[in-house]
Design a protein around this ligand. Structure first.
Ligand code: MN
Length: 240
């Protein structure tokens, strides 16, 4: 795959959106772990990005009240906690990806890993959401047809993976050795630590949906999968 599938205005809009998130569209050679990191997610600063849409844009599936807590409190806290943990160390000026890769296998640095990974995961989650319903196009649509049979089947299976994740975690569409797969991770874990490139994610921690759907995770997941996934973002990551 190459970025040539995304050219002109579409790529420009994506670049603008990612820049708004503080995410630079760097060449794929940037960063030590570039092969496993999705496009535009290779050098993320330790700075809470603004939401890439109005906080009312996904109502009623995700309300403004949920975004105010989820982005303004939970996501902000991961950055604030990380800043305290790395203050005065060389990691204070490193990217989230550098910190995540360096701390992931060190039990003594679980706090650093959890906060850096959750900061990264939420950046990726906001980018995975879209105010309006979209459908995959181009090479990604072809790969979905090849690996899932149809877009409808992919959506059904993605929702099932998200609902089945026990306790806190994330549901993901990933690219793994030339094949699309659906996986879930627990707590702050990220597919790029397991040789998989994330294309899209859905947060299934209770704080992602409890104010809107209480215990009905399946309702939240269905609403996101059917109407609010950013397939342009997934295409960019697939091409990257
Ligand atoms: Mn969350």
């Amino acid at each position: 795959m190459s970025n040539s599938a995304l050219t002109g205005p579409r790529r420009g809009l994506l670049a603008a959106g990612l820049m708004a998130l503080g995410i630079g569209m760097l060449p794929r050679t940037a960063g030590a772990a570039a092969p496993l990191l999705p496009a535009g997610q290779k050098a993320t600063p330790q700075t809470l990005p603004p939401l890439p849409f109005a906080p009312t844009a996904l109502d009623p599936v995700i309300s403004e009240k949920t975004f105010s807590f989820h982005h303004g409190k939970h996501h902000k806290a991961y950055f604030d906690n990380l800043a305290k943990l790395v203050a005065g160390t060389p990691e204070a000026t490193q990217t989230l990806e550098e910190i995540i890769l360096a701390s992931a296998t060190d039990p003594a640095r679980k706090g650093v890993f959890n906060n850096a990974a959750q900061a990264w995961n939420h950046n990726f989650y906001w980018s995975s959401l879209s105010p309006e319903a979209q459908t995959p196009t181009g090479p990604l649509a072809a790969a979905i047809a090849r690996d899932f049979g149809s877009f409808e089947t992919l959506k059904t299976q993605l929702a099932a993976v998200c609902v089945a994740q026990f306790a806190s975690g994330w549901g993901w569409l990933v690219h793994d050795n030339g094949k699309l797969k659906l996986v879930s991770t627990s707590n702050a874990d990220i597919p790029f630590l397991h040789g998989q490139t994330p294309l899209l994610t859905i947060d299934v921690w209770e704080h992602a949906y409890y104010l809107d759907a209480q215990n009905r995770r399946a309702d939240y997941v269905k609403g996101v999968v059917e109407s609010h996934l950013n397939w342009r973002f997934a295409e960019l990551n697939f091409a990257g």
